[in-house]
Ligand binder design. Sequence first.
Ligand SMILES: [Ca+2]
Ligand SMILES: [Ca+2]
Length: 124
Amino acid sequence: MQVKLVAALAATGILVCACSDKDAQRAQADRNAAGFVPPSVTSRLDFGASMERRFRTLDRNGDDRITKDELPSPNARIKAFDRNKDGIITAIEWSEGTLAWFDRMDLNHDGTVTSEERAESRKR
Ligand SMILES: [Ca+2]
Ligand SMILES: [Ca+2]
């Protein structure tokens, strides 16, 4: 009886230990989710790929050009991509424009943009 009780307590103790370990992990995850943003890094390639997808989304009629009516709202940054100012953003103008934008954000020119660089370039 005595031995059984001790064994049961020990087993419980281990369970409690495992549980509180999990709880600690969960608490850490909660802290991370609330407020703390882990630094993110975007490579030029990833950026280009996600901008390519954005282009495809904006180009509703799929003619490889974003015309005025396809622009969501007057967007100065997107308008600046229109280098020849014909009111149409071609796929080439888009990719050159978005990569130039990436390079402006890439303050230390290492081919990646961190969340810090993004925040810094937003201030400028
Ligand atoms: Ca189009
Ligand atoms: Ca153009």
